[in-house]
Write a protein that binds this ligand. Structure first.
Ligand SMILES: [Cu+2]
Length: 369
């Protein structure tokens, strides 16, 4: 089956799913006492990664309807100091899109806006949602349209969301940056391996992105006047499965140098790491994954004391670490070629007092006696 036939089949399936989803949505008004209509409504103001929106770690009160807004923006961005550019397809103007934070059994009510200044149809598939292709079948919006989707966050964990407009448009939109994450916290907070409440002092969201930027005959990265102009060339690079860039938060160096993450000795820091398209293997040089929620599920006990952990493509994973020494840490993908040569690295600057008991340079380098 060629790509267009697959695209048409996908659209047909999406249409059926949309009908099923629309039919079922009337269930709330049929006297369902646990539906969202009677719940308190709150608006969550989303912020640009690596930061998280204001939230409670332990839920206050019962389930709520959490209203969020994502505005799609197609924009040309520079992703590498060497000048490589991509027509990024973005939620709220950045790669990745902002992280949403709710509690289990809350309802997420998303307004998805596709301004008429855009050129493409988009939608959103939430891996945290149930039915209708994760919502993709109910959220297709052309330029100049907006849609409202509500879903119940039934599963606790961290999950990817991404655009999925059908056929080869799906991977193209995703590798053009159109993905983000949602964290669904247990109502009574995160638990360690023994089931005790564990709270974080800071949390950061790292969205890993693989890009496939076409080059011209001279080996220079090509630049296009509009997103769709680079579509055919980009598909050819995508088919090699060999990204030209693998970066954290949209661009090489987005989380290093002046833009490094920060923490103090004694801080418990939650790192949420998503990869919507490829596998990754985060590692914190000089630290550990004290608690790692494998596969991103908060319904399972976290693994403890991991050196490197795994992010299966199409998922987000959470890791908590308490910093014990000051200094510069590198948080990277331990595919070191991708980290050092393609961009998949971040810095964490940690302040505090050095602990000689944990590490000491007993003898500085000197000539061999
Ligand atoms: Cu899209």
């Amino acid at each position: 089956m060629n790509a267009w036939k697959r695209f048409l089949v996908f659209i047909s399936l999406a249409g059926v799913a949309a009908l099923l989803g629309a039919a079922c949505s009337d269930g709330f008004s049929a006297g369902n006492p646990t539906g969202p209509d009677d719940l308190e409504r709150v608006t969550q103001t989303l912020v640009a990664p690596p930061f998280l929106p204001e939230h409670d770690q332990v839920a206050v009160g019962g389930p709520k309807v959490v209203q969020v807004r994502l505005v799609i923006e197609e924009k040309l961005i520079e992703i590498d100091p060497d000048g490589a550019k991509v027509w990024a397809l973005t939620f709220n103007g950045g790669v990745p899109g902002p992280i949403i934070v709710v509690h289990q059994d809350d309802y997420v009510e998303l307004t998805l806006v596709n301004p008429e200044t855009n050129t493409l149809m988009h939608n959103i598939d939430f891996h945290a949602a149930t039915g209708a292709l994760g919502g993709a079948g109910l959220t297709q919006v052309n330029p100049g349209e907006e849609v409202v989707l509500r879903f119940k966050a039934t599963k606790p964990g961290v999950f990817v969301y991404h655009c999925a407009p059908g056929g080869v448009m799906i991977p193209w939109h995703v590798v053009s940056g159109m993905n983000g994450a949602i964290m669904v916290l247990p109502r009574d907070g995160l638990k360690d391996e023994e089931g005790n409440l564990v709270e974080y002092d800071k949390a950061y969201y790292i969205g890993e992105q693989d890009y496939y930027i076409p080059k011209d005959a001279d080996g220079n990265y090509k630049e296009y006047a509009a997103a769709i102009e680079g579509f055919g060339d980009t598909l050819e690079v995508m088919k090699t499965l060999t990204p030209t860039h693998v970066v954290f938060n949209g661009a090489v160096g987005a989380l290093t140098g002046d833009r490094a993450l920060t923490a103090d000795v004694g801080d418990k820091v939650l790192f949420i790491h998503s990869q919507a398209n490829r596998d990754s293997r985060p590692h914190l040089i000089g630290g550990h994954g004290d608690l790692v929620w494998r596969g991103g599920s908060f319904g399972d006990k976290p693994a403890t004391d991991l050196e490197t952990w795994f992010v299966p493509g199409g998922s987000a994973v959470a890791m908590l670490y308490e910093f014990k020494q000051p200094g510069l840490y590198v948080y990277l993908s331990h595919n070191l070629i991708e980290a050092i040569m393609l961009g998949a690295a971040a810095h964490v600057n940690v302040e505090g007092d050095w602990d000689d008991n944990l590490m000491e340079q007993v003898q500085a380098p000197r000539a061999i006696p």
